[in-house]
Design a binder for this molecule. Sequence first.
Ligand SMILES: C[S@@+](CC[C@H](N)C(=O)[O-])C[C@H]1O[C@@H](n2cnc3c(N)ncnc32)[C@H](O)[C@@H]1O
Length: 186
Amino acid sequence: MITKKKWNTKHAECLNLQKQPEPNLRLKKLSAYLNGGTALDLACGLGGNSFFLSRLNYQVEAMDISDVAINFIKEQAAKYNLNIQSHTADLTELHNLRRTHKTFDLIVISYYLDRSLFPIVRSLLKEDGYFYMETFYQSPENGDRKISNQYKLQPKELLSEFGDWTLHYFEENEQEGWQSIFCQKQ
Ligand SMILES: C[S@@+](CC[C@H](N)C(=O)[O-])C[C@H]1O[C@@H](n2cnc3c(N)ncnc32)[C@H](O)[C@@H]1O
């Protein structure tokens, strides 16, 4: 499987460089809203957001296609006694998520775009639950030119997609080419 191999290689390279996974900067700034409960981190990578959320008293479920990433999260969670359940899952196979009967107080997607996850986010989030997402968008400045438009949101796309929810934060950074939203299900 090409995607899994590619990401396993990337994550193994980061681990070799002993880079510590960091939480997303905008998510970190939203800490005042993050009061614990259950959280789902989709395409969690090496777990920067999962580690951050578990330290804010969330019981975190983390999913990613890369077993290198998931094994790293499992090791760290055991070592530091963090409340994180991590699973290898291909998120393009949506039945993996539809089978989940749990609901969450918070769902996070950072730097992974698959629009077919949006209806699932809606169904897996509790009433009043929060959704945070940040990824690249097709900014007028063209952001990161190495990334194909296929992996980028349209301008203001998350704002219209989740426009029926309570908006707490939305930002687009033209230079860096990211779009970020934090909203609450109602
Ligand atoms: C750019 S990284 C973002 C990681 C993390 N969310 C972060 O912000 O640091 C994209 C992640 O998506 C994962 N990924 C790619 N395709 C996937 C798929 N089909 N199912 C699950 N995870 C996938 C990769 O393994 C990688 O960890």
